[in-house]
Design a protein around this ligand. Structure first.
Ligand code: B12
Length: 223
């Protein structure tokens, strides 16, 4: 089967697995996808990310409900833990230390599937990553950045009501006279490059691969 058709078939199959919440089948499909030649990041960014986006759209249109979102999330989290993370870690070489990134999901928001992938990709690409988890207040980001002597603060938000905490953090940094000390990168499905610019962030990352490119640029390396 040509690549495009194969990926389309994979998407369809996975979509059903997400709806059924079948974690076992999910991990099996992920393994097969990697065996067939997709890299873990191609699989994650090219297949999983858009699939979950569609699941979210169906939720918005009230075609599916919260338990369905939870089922889909469980399949993806299991796949991430059992197949993708070990595969990505196995591919990575000896870590050099390019810089420190303090990362987390904004206050009020518990979505972490995308943020975890960004954290892992940064780690295997040579960054020291301090993951603060979810529901992190702007002040907690700043306290951790100071304690860890971070170069970059990475904020993730999937919920529109949590996005303003990104701008809030930047204002706090300015108020504390610390704005020049840290680069701020933001991301998450509802966040855009224009939004990042508007709040005065230093960078925006659309996916885990782009996040690594941008963090490299932020510390003065080529993307
Ligand atoms: C799975 C999911 C859940 C799971 C989360 C499980 C988990 N542990 O993460 C569960 C079921 C718990 C959940 C709960 C809720 N959810 Co929800 N959820 C989703 C869904 C379907 C997928 C999210 C996801 O994992 N995507 C896949 C990943 C890979 O993509 P990503 O997160 O965008 O990450 C990539 C990039 O954005 C980028 N990136 C991400 N973070 C960062 C950070 C940096 C620094 C950088 C550079 C890049 C970057 O790189 C990532 C990897 O490539 C989305 C739909 C959508 N459009 O996103 C809704 C969605 C986000 N949820 C939504 C809602 C409303 C909720 C609830 C409020 C529902 C409810 N009534 O309770 C609760 C929120 C609870 C809370 N306080 O946070 C809405 C948000 C609407 C809005 N704009 O505010 C969405 C958009 C669905 C919708 N269309 O209505 N949800």
């Amino acid at each position: 089967m040509p690549d495009e058709k194969r990926e389309e078939a994979l998407r369809k199959e996975l979509d059903q697995v997400l709806a059924a919440g079948d974690t076992e089948k999910g991990t099996q499909i992920a393994r097969q996808a990697l065996e067939s030649g997709l890299t873990p990041t191609e699989f994650f960014v090219g297949i999983i990310q858009p699939l979950l986006y569609d699941v979210g759209k169906r939720f918005e249109r009230l075609e599916i409900f919260l338990p369905d979102l939870m089922k889909a999330a469980k399949v993806i989290q299991t796949m991430q833990r059992e197949v993708l993370e070990p595969a990505i870690l196995a591919e990575s070489g000896e870590g050099s230390e390019l810089g420190t990134v303090v990362i987390g999901t904004c206050q009020g928001d518990i979505h972490d599937i995308g943020k975890n992938m960004v954290a892992l990709m940064l780690q295997v690409n040579g960054f020291r990553v301090i993951d603060l988890g979810t529901d992190v207040s702007p002040q907690n980001f700043i306290d951790a950045a100071r304690k860890e002597e971070a170069d970059i603060i990475g904020m993730s938000s999937l919920l529109t009501p949590s996005m303003p905490y990104m701008g809030d953090l930047i204002k706090r940094l300015e108020g504390l006279g610390l704005r020049e000390q840290y680069k701020v990168i933001v991301g998450g499905a509802p966040v855009t490059e224009a939004y990042a610019e508007r709040i005065g962030a230093d960078a925006y990352g659309a996916d885990a691969v782009h996040a690594v490119q941008m963090c490299r640029q932020l510390i003065g390396l080529e993307g």
